[in-house]
Design a protein around this ligand. Sequence first.
Ligand code: PLP
Ligand code: COI
Length: 340
Amino acid sequence: MLKEVNIDWQNLGFAYMKTDFRYISTWKDGKWDEGNLVEDNMLRISEASTALHYGQQCFEGLKAYKTKDGKIQLFRADENAKRMNRSCRRLLMPEVPVEKFIDAVKQVVKANEAYVPPYGTGATLYIRPFVIGVGDNVGVKPAPEYLFCIFCLPVGPYFKGGMTPVNFMIADYDRAAPYGTGGEKVGGNYASSLMPHEIAAKKGYADCVYLDPATHTKIEEVGSANFFGITKDNKFVTPISPSILPSITKYSLLHVAKEYLGLETEERDVFVENLDEFKEAGACGTAAVITPIGGIEYKDKLHVFYSETEVGPITKKLYDTLYGIQIGDVKAPEGWIFEV
Ligand code: PLP
Ligand code: COI
């Protein structure tokens, strides 16, 4: 019998909730242990852990979905495992074998099955794997030990309103350096985004748009999501740069746009001076799914794409197809779905 949980699935935002079990595995003496599920959501680590002082940590974000026939499935979990390992390599942390990552994610989801939102509610189970450097160490060097942990929680839309357009402003700060860690999912990128986010929020924007750190002429990221635009001649365009986090949602949308909607697609520079080339625009990511961009403030002017209140037709089709694949209503490309 599934445990009863008293959750208002329709009105969930993106906020922490303690669920029953989390996974933890330790790397010591050159190898990962088996790992196990625990109930305690507190970590006890050395005060000298590199994760606390030198940002030696990375994380991932993926989701579990309930299908119409009650199954639970993960979307492209192998890609999250591979990206986490790229982050680990960049920060000299031990990689987690892809099979271990997927098995651990499945364990956590199964153990917290009661928290997987029902089909049709629009809510999903957000899964947060992370690797942190721990142990006694004070010099700037890699940690002697590491933890690989995963917790999960039910979530609703990341940006308020979900498929309602929201506005963004161009940031006065960078989130990443040209040869830095923007392309990896490491905590430092997010620490440096807190202040620009707060400035944007205070001005009434959902978040900010980051430009390329070398020339500040090209769009890179939309808060913690990637950018896409639909040109006036119906091309799906998304920026390319080593300091953009390679979004699994974005690469999935490139495929969906081409193979399911028959659109031409382009990964190329998107100049902020040329926002006029797009008739629709959106932010995409695991948490954001697809959030339509109403407008972007640039040089004190709000550039509106399709509408500040309504989602454009192509953005809507992209969303319906992608979300349809994720919840099992639309046939997925080979290898995208992992049954729990
Ligand atoms: N860009 C940033 C900075 C992110 O933090 C995320 C979230 O993971 C994304 C983009 C979207 O990536 P994905 O679609 O893999 O979740
Ligand atoms: C995601 O889209 O999964 C993210 O990680 C965004 C944010 C919560 C950091």
